[in-house]
Design a protein. Structure first.
Length: 353
């Protein structure tokens, strides 16, 4: 991604630190944060300095590599195990986090500490590179679905910031724009953390793509009036039967699209598929702090401030994700092709490897 004329990735390793674009401050400030230890990096995932499935996965891979650097030679196995356990607890839903931890552990298995550390660093870098490449391919393949003049709905942020580069749901839109097609994007604000209003809107602005932010409960209005030609979202985990777990609010958009004949696509790299989860109901859904619902946060001109909107005595519930059953999904755009959201479609991917 190009920000202020410079190419950035969302997460990278430099000067002994995991660096990441600080997503707390966007769109008001552009700042890069650095983390020296695996615990700091994992805490940055938990605190959502970095968020979005692919970016979380890359950060987790680098955190694992940091864990191996930190583990002393004489307690290497124990040190690695402790790091892996700590990183796996950073967030529960995004499959890429678990995928990255396992890949780095696998690369280091049966090696002595210096070899294991070198293999871990290489693997973490490969995870990040593969994520950026996969997202670029998703863009190229997905752009074929977009006709000039399309008005496209999206939910949450599945753009560059949610991955290492390019994004999943937004990548086809960026590719279509570069092919000279005219596109307009309806951006769901995505309460409670407003990833749509803050992050997706900012990204689209950087790319010069016309868009409008809408309250989450306004999407149905535009879908029913025929003002959306297609809908594309990302995914945090895709189950073996094609059910899609994505940001809370995705399910209702998919149902509304089906009801109104609007094609609803999911874009995700194959690293997001969890074949061990037979269906969406077996995916752990993160329950987040209720204060995110009871309050609003935003920029007061100097800093991020939180203001209470609900009565002091009110309680809330705050699921971070929901399950969209496969039958509502027109297709899953992966780096290896656009597949059917079904057991058959997902199993077919295995044959393509
Ligand atoms: O809670 P977040 O911001 O980490 O949520 C993840 C997401 O960004 C979305 O669910 C997204 O649509 C899929 S991940 C690219």
């Amino acid at each position: 991604m190009i920000v202020n004329g410079k190419h950035y990735r969302t997460v990278w390793f430099e000067d002994g630190m995991v660096k990441m674009i600080n997503q707390h401050l966007i769109p008001h400030r552009f700042d890069v944060a650095g983390f020296r230890t695996y615990r700091e990096t994992a805490d940055a995932i938990t605190d959502m300095v970095v968020r979005g499935a692919g970016a979380i996965g890359a950060a987790a891979g680098y955190a694992m590599a940091q864990g191996m650097l930190e583990a002393p030679d004489d307690m290497f196995k124990e040190g690695i195990r402790e790091a892996a356990e700590y990183i796996r607890k950073a967030r529960p839903t995004a499959q890429d986090l678990f995928y990255a931890v396992e890949l780095v552990l696998d690369a280091a298995r049966e090696k002595n500490p210096p070899e294991a550390r070198a293999a871990a660093a290489r693997t973490a870098e490969t995870i990040a590179n593969d994520n950026a490449e996969a997202c670029k391919s998703i863009g190229v393949l997905g752009a074929d679905l977009i006709k000039s003049g399309y008005r496209i709905g999206t939910h949450c942020n599945a753009g560059w910031l949610a991955f290492v580069d390019w994004g999943s749901a937004l990548s086809p839109i960026y590719a279509a724009k570069r092919q000279g097609k005219e596109v307009f994007v309806w951006v769901d604000e995505t309460r409670p953390r407003c990833q749509g209003a803050r992050l997706t809107a900012w990204e689209l602005g950087q790319e010069g793509i016309p868009h409008a932010i809408i309250a989450d409960n306004a999407a149905g209005h535009y879908i029913r009036r025929g003002e959306m030609d297609m809908f594309i979202v990302g995914a945090d985990r895709i189950a073996a039967n094609g059910d899609v777990v994505n940001k809370i609010g995705t399910y209702e958009k998919a149902v509304l699209c089906k009801e109104n004949g609007v094609p609803f696509y999911v874009a995700a790299p194959t690293s997001t598929i969890d074949r061990k989860c037979p269906d969406g109901d077996s995916v752990p859904i993160e329950e987040r702090d209720c204060d995110e619902v009871l309050s609003m946060f935003g920029w007061d001109g100097h800093r991020m401030e939180t203001v209470r909107i609900a009565p002091q005595e009110s309680q809330a519930r705050n699921p971070g994700f929901d399950v969209t059953p496969a039958r509502y999904v027109k297709g899953i755009i992966t780096e290896r092709g656009i597949i059917e959201a079904s057991e058959k479609g997902i199993a077919g991917l295995q044959e393509k490897t």
